[in-house]
Write a protein that binds this ligand. Structure first.
Ligand SMILES: Nc1ncnc2c1ncn2[C@@H]1O[C@H](COP(=O)(O)OP(=O)(O)OP(=O)(O)O)[C@@H](O)[C@H]1O
Ligand SMILES: [Mg+2]
Length: 293
């Protein structure tokens, strides 16, 4: 039998006994290309906000399950319901929500992280686009789920897969604001323009879309593309084109993939590291400073 980690409080129990929170601010972390630092950012901003006293939920809708893995879970190996079961109407959204962990579920020394929860993904979410396509109100499915738990959290961060498909449309429609997460580079700068165009299209054709590209987060993810002068220029261009929206930049750090492999948010792996500090700064820039009791 798997041993539950210390501090593990099922969300249903928190609902029954925990102090009230919310209504949550909802962010979607978006970029149509893969490997832009979306999941790393969603998980680490959420972990910093949780430390500052904000009850936070990460929503993992990506069939790669990277956010779930980063928070200690291998959802395909557990019997825990995931968003896929919600799509099939065999589980409720609340049943997918579990405490985020520092360390692997069932592993020695693993603890539940105070104030931090995750709605789990699973690999069968690859079918999500098809399942969503046939639903009535197909762009609003996730908004319905999230609106129902808004009062239980202070902050909800939706980690998106690397595309602008129907699930990501759901995430944008469900959110108050979109964080465009980009690597420094010319191609990446164009990605921001495409995200803005997508949001504008959604605002035009669907009623009640509140989200806009309110924040841009540049993450210095290692890249195979040429760097040097072109790279420096592109960083400056992103900063000047999106001056108002720029969040503090996340530096490159080998500790980031190491923390992912250890299934821990950075603050539990490399607390004093520069990238960790960058994520605290981003969290504060989003308005989630340490909460005073
Ligand atoms: N600042 C950084 N320094 C070094 N490595 C990083 C940094 N940020 C992210 N990484 C690494 O880069 C890879 C891609 O990051 P991540 O998984 O967060 O991107 P993503 O946008 O979520 O990708 P996908 O679209 O596939 O979901 C991962 O291996 C991650 O550990
Ligand atoms: Mg990801």
């Amino acid at each position: 039998m798997t041993t539950l980690p210390p501090g593990f409080i099922p969300f249903s129990q928190v609902l029954a006994t925990g102090p009230s929170a919310g209504p949550a601010k909802v962010y979607a972390v978006v970029n149509q290309s893969g490997g832009a630092g979306k999941t790393t950012s969603a998980v680490n901003i959420a972990a910093c906000a949780a430390e500052y006293g904000w009850r936070t939920l990460i929503v993992d809708g990506d069939a790669q399950c990277d956010a779930s893995v980063a928070c200690g879970y291998e959802p395909d190996e557990l019997e825990q319901p995931t968003l896929y079961d919600v799509l099939l109407d065999v589980a409720t959204f609340e049943e997918t929500i579990v405490p985020a962990l520092a360390g692997r579920f069932g592993g020695e020394g693993t603890v539940a992280i105070e104030n931090l929860y995750i709605a789990l993904a699973s690999s069968n979410l690859e079918d999500a686009e098809q399942l969503l396509a046939t639903r009535v109100g197909r762009e609003f499915w996730l908004r319905g789920l999230i609106d129902a738990v808004r009062d239980k959290f202070d902050l909800i961060i939706i980690d998106c897969p690397g595309n602008l498909g129907l699930y990501v449309v759901n995430a944008i429609v469900a959110s108050d604001e979109v964080i465009g997460c980009v690597k420094p580079g010319w191609k990446e700068l164009r990605a921001l323009t495409r995200i803005e165009a997508k949001i504008e299209e959604l605002q035009r054709v669907l009623a009640g879309v509140k989200a806009h590209l309110s924040k841009v987060l540049v993450v210095d993810v290692p890249s195979h593309r040429s760097q040097g002068a072109v790279y420096d220029d592109s960083k400056k261009t992103v900063a000047s084109a999106y001056e108002e929206q720029m969040l503090p930049m996340i530096r490159r750090s080998p500790r980031i993939p190491e923390a992912y492999a250890a299934q821990k948010p950075l603050r539990f792996y490399d607390r004093a590291g520069e990238a960790t500090q960058n994520y605290y700064d981003v969290t504060k820039a989003l308005g989630f400073r340490r909460r005073t009791p």
